[in-house]
Design a protein around this ligand. Structure first.
Ligand code: 9MG
Length: 278
C-alpha cells in the first residue's frame, strides 16, 4: 500500500510517523515555544533527525475552544515555514488547514499533503486538492473546535464516523482525487467524549475496512490524560508521553498506518519494537 503525495510515494507497509509542527502562539502542547518561524523550522529539522516521515505544519490551533485566526494571519505563519523547509528536507510536508486559499498557497510553497480537519467540506477545497497532485487526509469532526466538546452525542459513534469518512472519500474521488492520494482519520478528540474515543480505538478495524490508510492522532490528547489520571481535565499535557506511546503502539496493532505525534523519537523507537516483533 502506497500513499501518493506530490513527488513522494510513501510505502505504508511499515507505519509512518508524522511530526507535529505548530506555528501558533496558543498551541496546547508547546505553549507557543515554536511560534517564531525560525524556531518552528529548527523544531521541524529536529523532528526529521529523530526519524519523522512527514511534517505537519499548522498555523491555527485546533484544540477545543481555540480562537480562529484570519486567513492572512495563517498564511503569514505557515508559508515562510513551508518555504524554509521545502529546500532543506526530503520528506513530504503537510499543511494542516481547512481553508482552500491556505491549501493552495501551501502547495505552491512546497507542501505535498493537505491535512484537513473538515475533510474538504469548505467551498473550493475539493477543487484545490483535485487540481494539485497533493495527498490529503480527510478527518471526522463533530461541530467546530469552538463548540465540539459541548456535550457531543452519537447514536453509534463508530457507524457515524465510518459513514462520514466513506461519504467524504467518495466525494473526493468524484472530484478527481485518486484513492491512492487519500488517507482517512477518525479525528480523536474532535467532538468526542472519552467513551466515544475509546469505542473508536476499540473498533479501529471497522474503519480500516474502508480500504484506505488510516491516520491516527492521539498524541498528548486529553482523552489519554483522562484515562491516566481519572480527571476530566486530563492533567498535565507534558506528562502524557507514556500514554501517547501506548496509544501509538495499540493503534498500529489495530491497523493505523500513519501516526500524528509530538514525540517523534520515542514513537519511532516504539514502532521499531513493533516492527521487529510483528
Ligand atoms: C490538526 N490536528 C489535530 N489533531 C489531529 C488529528 O487527530 N488528526 C489530524 N489529521 N489532524 C489533527
Amino acid at each position: 500500500m502506497h500513499f501518493i503525495c506530490g513527488k513522494f510515494q510513501l510505502d505504508l507497509t511499515t507505519p509512518r510517523v508524522m511530526g507535529i509542527v505548530n506555528v501558533t502562539p496558543d498551541s496546547f502542547s508547546d505553549g507557543g515555544k515554536f511560534f517564531a518561524g525560525n524556531q518552528a523550522i529548527e523544531h521541524a529539522l529536529r523532528l526529521v533527525e529523530e526519524g519523522a516521515d512527514i511534517l505537519d505544519i499548522g498555523g491555527e490551533s485546533t484544540r477545543p475552544n481555540a480562537t480562529p485566526v484570519s486567513q492572512q494571519e495563517e498564511l503569514e505563519r505557515v508559508i515562510p515555514v513551508i518555504e524554509g523547509l521545502a529546500s532543506r528536507v526530503n520528506i513530504p510536508l503537510s499543511i494542516d488547514t481547512y481553508k482552500p486559499q491556505v491549501m493552495q498557497a501551501a502547495i505552491a510553497a512546497g507542501a505535498s499533503i493537505v491535512n484537513d480537519i473538515r475533510a474538504l467540506q469548505e467551498e473550493g477545497a475539493l477543487e484545490v486538492v483535485a487540481k494539485s497532485n497533493a495527498g490529503v487526509c480527510l478527518m471526522h469532526m463533530q461541530g467546530t473546535p469552538q463548540t465540539m466538546q459541548d456535550n457531543p452525542q452519537y447514536d453509534d459513534v463508530v457507524a457515524v464516523v465510518k459513514a462520514f469518512l466513506a461519504a467524504r472519500l467518495q466525494a473526493s474521488i468524484d472530484a478527481g482525487i485518486a484513492p491512492n492520494r487519500i488517507v482517512l482519520d477518525p479525528g480523536f478528540g474532535f467532538g468526542k467524549t472519552r467513551e466515544h474515543n475509546i469505542a473508536l480505538i476499540q473498533q479501529l478495524e471497522s474503519l480500516v475496512a474502508l480500504g484506505q490508510p488510516l491516520l491516527v492522532g492521539l498524541s498528548r490528547k486529553s482523552v489519554l490524560g483522562q484515562m491516566v489520571t481519572g480527571q476530566l481535565t486530563g492533567g498535565d499535557v507534558d506528562a502524557r508521553l507514556h500514554a501517547s506511546i501506548a496509544a501509538s503502539v495499540l493503534s498500529v496493532m489495530k491497523g493505523a498506518k500513519i501516526l500524528r505525534v509530538h514525540d517523534v523519537k520515542a514513537t519511532v523507537e516504539a514502532l521499531k519494537i513493533v516492527s521487529a516483533i510483528i
